[in-house]
Ligand binder design. Structure first.
Ligand code: DQQ
Length: 643
């Protein structure tokens, strides 16, 4: 039987997923007890082999396998004691931790294998070798190296004991792990070296401001600087003896004062920073002036406030040129500039931004469109994405955006696999001067250095209700460019009001159509990334860009979302998407990066050689023609720096 024939696939496509994974071996309880016995046996064998290895190889430092799939802590390792912690520590301490911590019920966990967990590790996205990571911190470029710092728990795959992990890269893609840059070792940060930002001063100094969680769980701001500026790796960091440099103002709660931004200089020559907070339910960004980063003046006014948006974490504030393809230094001002204000909303765990105008005299910012203000309008990414931060790359004159992709599996699964979270591929950010209403995000050009063999498909016809396999071999590491044209088969006039809701099985006349990524041949697992044009009540056409994870895995405990939002498709433009597929991560960019969605998926069958790529058209009233170029992507072989 031809398993690729559209009718066969269509039948499978409409087969609803079983409520639970099909019977796979003994029931969960038995599996668990077998697993428990196997754990003990394996631990003993593991310990004996370890002793053997140590004897054979006493003087040799164990080499880290450069493959990104290496160094996976064994499924058989005993769970860390923090597993018994049922209230996540981040929640206790007033910060976002994992947002799906709840199902610590091992009975509901899928019967994962080491091979499945290994496959989930990415090949060209940044992630530590093991343990927990969250927000990107203070990225910067110094003496030929890009530096990424990140919130990192060196002891476990759950949030806690937060230090600053550190890695460097020549090209933002091939990373080398460095030793931890800062650990919680002072009364002013003993409960965590939290998120912070770098400011490069005109005389070449680097100042790093970060939030410390004190012994009393008060959030304060601290100053650190490199011990040796002539060290390109910036290995050693010195905490200023006068820390903390800022404590919560009297009208701010001690747990609502965190994540200082990069500084910028105003027309009066003073530096400014802004820090997220809230007063009652209103999200705000406090404004400070400083001349030396050691003493600060709190301004009476805030940079901006939006009622009902709650605590603002990881505020970011930066200029974008209205015309042009270059980024701007954070201190740039004057005409021809818009300012982006971004807040990570602690209540919803979503990153919202808005475009507006900054007045450096009053140190206030006004949104272009009050109906699309920070927290109530646009988002950087409509998928799994949080706590982002930009920096200005003075070497290539561009603004680079990082974001934290957190997991949608459970804390229990994270502990079993021994790691949690990934960073996005760094994205350049520009103002979209065609629409004038949004930014454009695009993977840094350096990611293209990973491209290998490519395959082209031209004008592939996808009829209503059909699925077309794309013969590219294994489809786990891809850079996909796809353009779609539609041909109306019947009048679509009376139909309106569709969105991403209902996902890819929700058929309307004009959509959905797009790609099925990380799908297996029998389509028991698949993730549709798609467009859905839809008529509106006022007679115009809106297009939604969506990702539907509801069939991405057979594992029941994984959260499965349908993500998406509208995307402007201008006169004369085709529907265009780019997708970076990297094992369990799919970053999708519509219309040159106007709308972006990051998916986090945990397939059990569509893995290794079984992962495939398909086109689909589930519209009822249009033929779709697709033209694609697809590259297989190499791994970035992220490994420790050979210090
Ligand atoms: N993560 C940090 C905080 C920040 C939060 C703590 C956002 O500084 O507010 O790890 O994810």
């Amino acid at each position: 039987m031809d398993t690729h024939s559209p009718s066969h696939l269509l039948a499978r496509y409409y087969t609803p997923l079983p409520e639970h994974p099909s019977a796979r071996g003994p029931p969960a309880t038995l599996r668990r007890s077998l697993k428990g016995f196997a754990s003990i046996l394996a631990s003993v064998i593991f310990l004996l082999s370890l002793v053997g290895l140590i004897i054979i190889n006493q003087s040799q430092q164990p080499l880290q396998n450069p493959s990104s799939n290496a160094n996976i802590p064994s499924l058989l390792s005993p769970l860390p004691s923090s597993f018994s912690r049922r209230v996540p520590r981040g929640v206790e301490e007033g910060v976002s931790a994992k947002s799906n911590p709840s199902p610590l019920d091992e009975e509901s966990s899928y019967n994962w294998t080491n091979a499945m967990f290994s496959w989930q590790r990415t090949s060209f996205h940044f992630q530590p070798m093991r343990n927990w990571m969250n927000d990107p911190d203070g990225p910067l470029y110094h003496m030929g190296w890009y530096h990424l710092f990140y919130q990192y728990n060196p002891d476990s795959a759950v949030w806690g004991n937060i230090t600053w992990g550190h890695a460097v890269s020549r090209d933002l893609i091939h990373w080398l792990y460095l030793p931890i840059a800062m650990v919680p070792d002072q009364p002013y940060d003993i409960n965590g070296v939290w998120t912070g930002s770098a400011t490069l001063l005109p005389d070449g100094q680097i100042v790093m401001l970060y939030t410390g969680d004190t012994a009393e769980l008060v959030q304060v701001q601290n100053l650190a600087y490199p011990a040796n500026l002539s060290d390109p790796l910036l290995l050693h960091w010195v905490k200023y003896t006068g820390n903390p440099v800022l404590v919560p103002p009297t009208h701010i709660a001690p747990k609502d004062f965190r994540d200082p931004t990069t500084g910028w200089i105003g027309p009066d020559g003073k530096w400014r920073i802004t820090i997220g907070s809230k007063i009652n339910g209103t999200g705000i960004s406090l404004m400070y002036h400083t001349t030396d980063f050691k003493t600060y003046e709190l301004l009476d006014n805030v940079l901006h406030a939006v009622p009902g948006t709650g605590m603002w974490e990881c505020v970011d504030f930066y200029p974008l040129a209205i015309n042009g393809s270059m980024g701007l230094d954070t201190s740039a001002g004057g005409p021809g500039i818009k300012h982006v204000l971004k807040a990570s909303l602690d209540d919803t765990k979503l990153d919202h931004y808005a475009l507006g105008t900054y007045d450096p005299d009053s140190d206030t910012w006004t949104p272009d469109n009050p109906e699309e203000d920070v927290g109530i309008g646009l988002r950087y990414d409509y998928g799994r994405y949080y706590a982002s931060k930009t920096f200005y790359d003075q070497y290539k004159k561009r603004r680079i955006l990082w974001g934290w992709i957190n997991e949608t599996d459970t804390e229990y699964d994270d502990l079993e696999k021994g790691w949690a979270s990934v960073q996005t591929i760094p994205r350049t950010v520009l103002f979209d001067n065609k629409t004038g209403t949004n930014i454009l995000q695009w993977p840094v050009q350096e990611v293209e250095s990973l491209r290998q063999r490519s395959t082209k498909f031209e004008d592939v016809l996808i009829e209503p209700g059909s699925i077309v396999p794309l013969d590219i071999g294994t489809a786990t590491q891809l850079d996909i460019f796809a353009e779609f044209e539609t041909e109306l088969l019947e009048s679509a006039g009376e139909e309106e009001g569709y969105s991403c809701k209902g996902g890819a099985i929700n058929r309307s006349k004009l959509g959905p159509f797009g790609l099925l990524v990380i799908a297996d041949d029998s389509l028991s697992e698949l993730t549709p990334i798609f467009f859905r044009p839809t008529n509106t009540t006022n007679g115009t056409l809106d297009t939604y860009f969506c990702a539907d994870e509801t069939r991405s895995t057979l594992a029941p405990e994984v959260q499965k979302h349908i993500y998406g939002s509208t995307v402007p498709v201008l006169e004369g433009e085709r529907y265009a998407m780019r997708a970076l597929v990297d094992h369990s991560i799919v970053e999708s960019f519509a219309q040159g990066g106007r709308t972006v969605i990051t998916s986090r998926i945990y397939p059990t069958e569509a893995i290794y050689g079984s992962a495939r790529l398909f086109l689909f058209n589930n519209a009822t009233g249009v033929n779709v023609k697709a033209t694609l170029k697809i590259w297989q992507m190499n791994s970035a072989f992220i490994h420790p720096f050979p210090l």
